[in-house]
Design a protein around this ligand. Structure first.
Ligand SMILES: [Zn+2]
Length: 62
């Protein structure tokens, strides 16, 4: 699976359907038909950046 933000291919699995990109420091959550990209704040809070619909591959800003 590629990072939807930077296309880096070596995401580390950190939870059920959750991956971490060491390259751009984002978390990626995969659901049945969407991928959600989260930005991590300094205090560890996750903030949604955008979602990608896997079927249409269209990006939606949040
Ligand atoms: Zn990345």
């Amino acid at each position: 699976m590629l990072c939807p933000n930077c296309s880096w291919g070596n995401l580390r699995k950190i939870g059920r359907n959750i991956y971490y990109c060491k390259n751009c420091f984002h978390e990626v959550e995969k659901k049945s038909n969407i991928i959600i990209l989260f930005e991590l704040d300094g205090d560890g809070t996750r903030k949604k950046v955008f979602t990608v619909n896997i079927e249409t591959e269209s990006e939606e800003a949040i």
